[in-house]
Ligand binder design. Structure first.
Ligand SMILES: Cc1cc2nc3c(=O)[nH]c(=O)nc-3n(C[C@H](O)[C@H](O)[C@H](O)COP(=O)(O)O)c2cc1C
Length: 213
């Protein structure tokens, strides 16, 4: 079993794999010939950010990120998502307060911190009438996070605010505030902002991947 421990290690591992080395014995730096691949570098550089600067991401930049999101592959091009963007600090606080309202203090605090301090939050709802809509929403989220990385914007995919919303006595009010259409259900959040930390890559288990002969 092999773990990818950091960006450089991951690049070495990928190079080894692309050279047909399944166990990575012969590791070659991707950039050895001076030709790096910016898409692969971007994918390997993305990390979940849990500390943000206060600066809100400019709407023009967020529009670019959202445009990349809705260009994700999606089943039958149904675009089985709806997206709501909150970048107004007052609205963000209002939503957090609604989520926490009526909960015991410990749960209320968990709900409040579930956004991980991101100054921009994208709420994604899935079309309940389409069985693959959760995958569509995941791909939308990933396109947004990767494009954000390429633009110097940090991001984090978040499931816990979704749980917090549905756990809240005020769930209906929060959903109404987000304004999703009937037949859509909140399924994922993605936070954006400028990173105030540089986390290391978490280990990946290469043993979960196998080529079949
Ligand atoms: C569906 C999904 C839900 C997640 N929910 C949370 C969450 O609620 N809180 C959190 O801090 N991170 C959350 N994450 C981020 C993961 O913890 C993170 O992607 C994982 O640890 C790998 O780290 P990396 O993104 O830096 O590579 C979530 C990620 C995904 C894909």
């Amino acid at each position: 079993m092999r773990f990818i421990r950091n960006f450089a290690g991951a690049l070495c591992m990928m190079a080894a794999v692309s050279c047909g080395q399944s166990s990575g014995e012969q590791e070659v730096a991707v950039s050895a010939d001076g030709n790096t691949n910016p898409v692969i570098e971007n994918i390997m550089a993305r990390r979940s950010i849990r500390r943000y600067k206060d600066t809100v991401v400019d709407r023009k930049i967020m529009e670019q990120i959202l445009l990349c999101g809705i260009n994700a592959p999606n089943g039958q091009n149904k675009q089985s998502w709806e997206v709501r963007v909150v970048d107004n600090p007052a609205t963000m606080e209002e939503i957090k307060a609604m989520m926490a309202d009526g909960l015991p203090e410990e749960e209320a605090e968990r709900a409040r911190v579930s956004f991980r301090g991101a100054p921009v939050m994208v709420f994604i709802a899935r079309d309940l009438s389409y069985d693959f809509s959760a995958y569509d929403c995941g791909l939308l989220a990933q396109n947004m996070m990767l494009s954000a990385t390429s633009l110097g914007v940090g991001s984090i995919c978040l499931g816990s605010p979704v749980r917090a919303v549905y756990n809240s006595p005020k769930a209906e009010a929060v959903i109404e505030k987000l304004g999703f259409s009937k037949g859509y259900e909140l399924c994922l959040c993605v936070g954006f902002g400028y990173a105030d930390e540089t986390p290391d890559a978490k280990p990946r288990d290469w043993g979960k991947v196998k080529f079949l002969d």
